[in-house]
Design a binder for this molecule. Structure first.
Ligand SMILES: [Zn+2]
Ligand SMILES: [Zn+2]
Length: 143
């Protein structure tokens, strides 16, 4: 195991579900889309992504409930405490998105950009200098 392959543990609020991510990650960004905001009850959600092979659920797999949030994506959450965890899309079948806030420690990168910035809540004030992506795909440069 090289230094950039270190494991980082994470879990849900109640602790029923525990998992381990093996670095390196693929990217990290703040998503302002309406589904993320509503699902997490948050102004926006900071996600990072890894290949699915680098995620292992160590405990509580039986508590993990999957919700089909769109025709191509699903979100899973802890049935006991409601914590939102993994997001997957058939468009990127080998990748899983994980909320950075659910990790016990730091990963290998900081958030790199805002996604779906055009869809942000009107009351969200962003003061950083990160690139802001939006447009119909949510991923296009806007600044
Ligand atoms: Zn839980
Ligand atoms: Zn989103």
């Amino acid at each position: 195991m090289t230094p950039n392959e270190r494991p980082v543990a994470g879990g849900c609020l109640c602790g029923a579900i525990r998992f381990t991510v093996t670095l390196p990650t693929l990217f990290c960004g703040h998503c302002h889309c309406t589904m993320c905001r509503r699902n997490h009850g948050a102004a926006y959600v900071t996600w990072f992504a890894i290949p699915r092979s680098q995620l292992s659920v160590d405990r509580g797999l039986d508590q993990l409930t999957r919700y089909e949030s769109s025709s191509h994506g699903s979100r899973s959450f802890c049935s006991r405490c409601g914590t939102s965890l993994f997001c997957v899309s058939t468009h990127y079948a080998d990748i899983v998105d994980i909320p950075l806030a659910n990790m016990d420690g730091s990963i290998d990168r900081s958030p790199e950009y805002h996604l779906y910035f055009d869809d942000r809540a009107s009351w969200t004030m962003v003061g950083d200098d990160l690139p802001r992506r939006g447009g119909p795909s949510g991923l296009e440069p806007t600044t």
